[in-house]
Ligand binder design. Structure first.
Ligand SMILES: [Cu+2]
Length: 131
């Protein structure tokens, strides 16, 4: 154990150095901020042409108060993505179309109009207002 310690430290430093080149997605939720749930596709049918953004009561988001929010994003499909933007550029986040996975975005909504959509299928979309 003792002998391997310096090797481990060097490895960590090397990893940390390399990490700068690649931007890591934000995955640390902010405590105390409301959490919204974003999903493209459905759990039963990942490729379904459905997109949703739900509040903490499970209701579709139509109006929000400005401020900081955690957004838990589920993108289980390689044909859709989840793209959230608005507020004159205050927020612009998206998942990759071909990538699947879950992530958490921490966003600060300024007052304005926002939309969420699937980029390859623009008819999959929703809108809400931040006041
Ligand atoms: Cu799509």
């Amino acid at each position: 154990m003792r002998a391997t310690m310096p090797t481990a430290v060097v490895a960590v430093l090397l990893l940390a150095g390399c990490g700068g080149a690649e931007e890591e997605p934000e995955t640390t939720a902010v405590e105390g901020a409301p959490t919204l749930t974003a999903m493209v596709g459905t759990e039963e049918s990942p490729d379904a042409f459905e997109i949703s953004l739900l509040d903490e009561d499970g209701e579709p988001v139509t109006e929000l108060e400005a401020g900081e929010y955690n957004i838990e994003v589920t993108d289980p499909t390689s044909i859709h993505n989840f793209h959230l933007d608005g507020g004159d550029g205050a927020v612009d986040e998206k998942t990759g179309v071909s990538e699947k996975g879950e992530t958490t975005w921490v966003v600060t909504f300024e007052p304005g109009d926002y939309r969420y959509m699937c980029d390859p299928h623009p008819s999959m979309r929703g809108e809400f207002t931040v006041t």
